[in-house]
Write a protein that binds this ligand. Structure first.
Ligand code: NAP
Length: 291
C-alpha cells in the first residue's frame, strides 16, 4: 500500500484564494518568505497549509511533501530558531512560501480563531490544516495532578479547541481539510499509558463528531492514528521490527487523508486489525497482560 501525496485522481481543492492579500500578520508570525511580492496573487494555484506542531518529526515529513508541491506553508511551534531552520529547508525543497509562528499551542488554543484568521491573511488563504503536536509523558500517567492536567490539556483540550476553530475557519470558505493526529493508544485504555491514551481517545471522538458535522459541506475532517513511529517522542522505547514506521510513511498517510477526507486512517494500515483484536479481548484476559 503506497499512498501518493499527489494522487491525480483527487481534484485539487485550491481555487484562487478568496481571502484578499494582506500585510497584517499576527504579532507572533514571522515571515521567512524569500519573495515579498503580493501574497495571494503570486501563488494562486498552490495550497495554503497550516501545520500546528510544525517541529514534530511527523509534521516535518508532512511539510516536505507539501513543499515539493510548491505549497504556501505556515509552521507553528514553540522554538523560533528551529522553526526558521525548517522553514528555510522547505523553501529549498520548493515551497512557494514558508512562514513561522511561534506559539505554545496549548496556551494559545482559546485564541485559535484569531490566529487562524491572521495566518490565512498572511498565506493568502488556508486549504489544509494539520494538527500534529502532542506529548507522550512517562509511564501510565503523570505522578502529580497538575502534570496530569497539563498532559490532558495538551493532547485533548487544546487540540479540541484548535480542531473546532480550524473547521469553523474552513467552513467559512466551504472547502479545505483538517487532519488531526490521534493514536492507536486511544483505542483502548491500557495500564501502560492510559492518560495519553484517554486524551487521544477523547480527541478521536471529538474529531469524529466534527467530521459528521461538516459531511457533505466540502470541508473534510480526518483522524490519522499512527502506531509506533520512530521520532523523538519514542526515543525512550526500544525501536525496530515490523511494527515500527518512519515519519515519512505516516506523512504520506496524512497527506492522502487531507485530499480524501476521513473519518479514520490507521498508519500503517495494519494497526486497524491489531487494534480490532485488542479492543475485542475480554477484560478478564486483557488484565493479565502488561500491555
Ligand atoms: N511517535 C509515535 O510513535 C506516535 C504514535 C502515535 C501518535 N503520535 C502523535 O503524533 C504527533 C507527532 O508526534 P511525533 O511522533 O512527531 O513526536 P515529536 O517529534 O516529539 O513531536 C511532538 C511535537 O509536539 C510539540 N509540542 C508539544 N507540546 C506543544 C505545545 N504546547 N505547543 C507547541 N508545540 C508542542 C513539540 O514541540 P517542542 O519541540 O517545542 O517540544 C514537538 O515538536 C503527536 O500528536 C503524537 O502524539 C506519535
Amino acid at each position: 500500500m503506497s499512498p501518493s501525496p499527489t494522487d491525480s485522481a483527487t481534484p485539487p481543492d485550491t481555487p484562487p484564494p478568496d481571502t484578499p492579500p494582506s500585510d497584517k500578520s499576527p504579532p507572533n508570525t514571522a515571515s521567512t518568505d524569500r519573495d515579498p511580492a503580493p501574497r495571494a496573487a503570486s501563488h494562486a494555484g498552490s495550497k495554503g497549509v497550516v501545520i500546528l506542531g510544525g517541529l514534530s518529526a511527523i509534521a516535518q515529513a508532512t511539510a516536505r511533501l507539501y513543499a515539493a508541491e510548491g505549497a504556501r506553508i505556515m509552521l507553528v511551534g514553540r522554538n523560533a530558531d528551529r522553526l526558521s531552520q525548517v522553514a528555510a529547508d522547505l523553501r529549498a525543497r520548493g515551497a512557494a512560501r514558508s512562514e513561522v509562528s511561534v506559539l505554545d499551542l496549548a496556551a494559545a488554543a482559546p485564541q485559535a480563531r484569531d490566529h487562524l484568521t491572521g495566518w490565512s491573511d498572511s498565506l493568502g488563504g488556508i486549504d489544509h490544516i494539520h494538527l500534529a503536536y502532542g506529548v507522550l509523558g512517562e509511564g501510565p500517567a503523570p505522578d502529580t495532578l497538575p502534570d496530569l492536567a497539563s498532559l490532558l490539556d495538551v493532547n485533548f483540550t487544546s487540540a479540541a479547541l484548535w480542531s473546532e476553530a480550524a473547521v469553523d475557519h474552513l467552513a467559512t470558505r466551504g472547502r479545505g481539510a483538517l487532519v488531526v493526529i490521534g493514536s492507536v493508544a486511544g483505542d483502548r485504555g491500557r495500564q501502560s499509558n492510559y492518560a495519553y491514551g484517554a486524551a487521544k481517545g477523547g480527541l478521536a471522538l471529538f474529531v469524529q463528531g466534527l467530521a459528521h458535522r461538516v459531511s457533505g459541506s466540502g470541508v473534510r475532517v480526518a483522524l490519522v492514528k499512527p502506531g509506533f513511529v520512530d521520532t523523538p517522542m519514542t526515543d525512550r522505547m526500544k525501536k525496530g521490527g515490523p511494527l515500527w514506521a518512519t515519519p515519512d510513511a505516516v506523512a504520506r498517510t496524512l497527506r492522502r487523508a487531507a485530499d480524501r477526507g476521513g473519518p479514520i486512517h490507521y498508519a500503517p494500515w495494519f494497526w486497524r486489525f491489531i487494534m480490532l483484536a485488542i479492543r475485542a479481548t475480554p477484560a478478564l484476559v486483557f488484565h493479565r497482560t502488561k500491555l
